[in-house]
Write a protein that binds this ligand. Structure first.
Ligand code: BG6
Length: 480
């Protein structure tokens, strides 16, 4: 249940993530009356600013709702947000933060003390801030929660090291590791789609499915983020976390219940069936200048000889009884021809002999934009001949539903964290298993053993992509 009188501290409050995601999400929860009553929000960062300066900084990003309502809500929201400048590595600064919180708590009438620390911070200060908070801002007889976000290390070893350090300070039940894809409406929908529709779930197996593609495409490059990106690359940025989460929710067995541990047990279990990716199952690419747009290496913060992939297609094999032999192609790329995240399940061609040229079934779950679920299937063309029409069972949200709102991922996740619900957060062992799948090829790429194929900014990706996915039976001819 939601606690009353909660203090949310956003650390890194002057940074991009806080401004663009954390505060707008908090504002929407506030505006919709979903935050615990008497919530107070403290922005904390190194930049020296007063409350007014801070409010000006975040105000432009608080947008939703109709205008008049939004203006009033915004004023009310800013009243509960204050700012406190402070260092990340000094106990004195955290003591000061603690005093500030105690002052607020004294004014209130709550029986419990609830503190949520949201770290919108670069990874190099995670551990030191987690330590400062634990020593100075932890209440023994209250609820203390810490929210952190990737990157959680760079490979299995560094992730273990970082998580090990954190674990000395914060218990697993106090730690909320965000993967914001788990807060997305259509990702959460996977559990409903599969387990509330037995006919869908019973068709998800190697008897019927030929191949699955999970695709992330963005139409812009890494301009302005090159420094960060070059150290990580697309696989650490997207596949190891966001697409693996989608994969595990799509392939796991039915959980005993919707409890956080039951769900995460199943997710972790299915990922344990996935062996490390082999070099032959990897295609990487890097975008080059085209269509008036700069290439990846034109960014001054990127080394001229960088072998960092901005595109990757990886084939994973889930060796569980249900999925053995079915290729799962996880594709992700920056600077491509469109913005699209989707799951595409292509079924086997089993109608040969009876029908000529009847396309195979395909189930598509469009995660964003234009959220939808559609199934390509075949019906008889009305008339006296036996001819087929390929058609669709289509649940496009915009067409089928009136008056709906798709919440931002961060809204869903912050609310979960406030309720102490871990279902949509990454458990430590889950993180470990997913790193184990990707670490060997990440090392091979870092050592230059796998080379990038160049692709044009604004294209569909490297030229050999068609061959790469064609190897696994995927046919593009009926893609919409
Ligand atoms: C982040 C990545 O985790 O996800 C970014 O670091 C990427 O590179 C972003 O752009 C995509 O998120 P969304 O919600 O826009 O699909």
């Amino acid at each position: 249940a939601l606690q009353d009188e909660t203090i949310i501290v956003v650390l890194g409050a002057s940074g991009d993530l806080a401004k663009k995601k954390t505060f707008p999400a908090l504002f929407n929860l506030f505006r919709l009356n979903l935050l615990p009553k008497a919530t107070r929000i403290i922005g904390y960062a190194r930049t020296k600013m007063d409350n007014k300066g801070f409010h000006e900084k975040i105000a432009d990003f608080l947008k939703e709702g109709d205008k008049s309502e939004s203006k009033k809500a915004k004023e009310e929201f800013l009243k509960v947000c204050t700012y406190l400048p402070g260092a990340y590595d000094e106990d004195e600064a955290f003591k000061n933060l603690n005093k500030e919180m105690e002052k607020i708590e004294k004014e209130g009438s709550s029986k419990t003390t609830n503190r949520l620390f949201y770290m919108a911070l670069p990874p190099n200060v995670f551990t030191v801030v987690a330590g400062g908070l634990k020593r100075n801002c932890y209440v023994e007889d209250g609820n203390n929660r810490i929210v952190i976000e990737k990157p959680f290390g760079k490979d299995l070893e560094s992730s273990r090291e970082m998580m090990g350090e954190l674990k000395k300070l914060w218990k697993e039940e106090e730690t909320f590791r965000i993967d914001h894809y788990l807060g997305k409406e259509m990702v959460k929908n996977l559990l409903m789609l599969r387990f509330a529709n037995p006919f869908v779930d019973s068709g998800l197996n190697s008897n019927l499915v030929d191949n699955v593609q999970i695709t992330f495409k963005e139409p812009f490059g890494t301009e302005g983020r090159g420094g960060y990106f070059d150290e990580f690359g697309i696989i650490r940025d997207i596949q190891q976390n966001h697409l693996s989460q989608v994969l595990s929710l799509l392939t796991m067995e039915r959980p005993v219940s919707f409890s956080a541990e039951d769900i995460r047990n199943e997710k972790t279990k299915v990922l344990r069936y996935v062996p490390p990716i082999k070099e032959e199952d990897v295609l990487i690419g890097q975008y080059a200048a085209a269509n008036g747009k700069p290439g990846y290496k034109d960014d001054d913060t990127v080394p001229k000889d960088s072998n960092c992939p901005t595109f990757a297609a990886l084939t994973l094999w889930v060796n569980s009884p249900r999925w053995q032999g079915v290729p799962f192609i996880l594709k992700a790329g920056k600077a491509l021809d469109e913005a699209k995240v989707e799951i595409r399940i292509q079924y086997k061609e089993v109608t040969k002999g009876l029908f000529k040229d009847v396309p195979r079934n395909e189930l598509v779950i469009r995660i964003q934009p234009n959220e939808s679920i559609y199934l390509k299937f075949n019906a008889k063309k009305p008339g006296l001949q036996m001819e087929s029409i390929p058609t669709e069972l289509n649940m496009t949200y915009k067409e089928r539903l009136e008056d709906f709102r798709i919440p931002e991922a961060y809204e869903a996740l912050i609310l979960d964290a406030l309720q102490g619900d871990h279902s949509n957060f990454v458990r430590d062992d889950e993180l470990d298993v997913s790193w184990a799948i990707f670490t060997p090829i990440l090392h091979a790429i870092d050592q230059g053993k796998i080379k990038n194929e160049s692709y044009e900014y604004g294209s569909r990706g490297p030229q050999s992509l068609n061959n790469f996915i064609g190897r696994y039976g995927y046919r593009r001819d009926n893609e919409s």
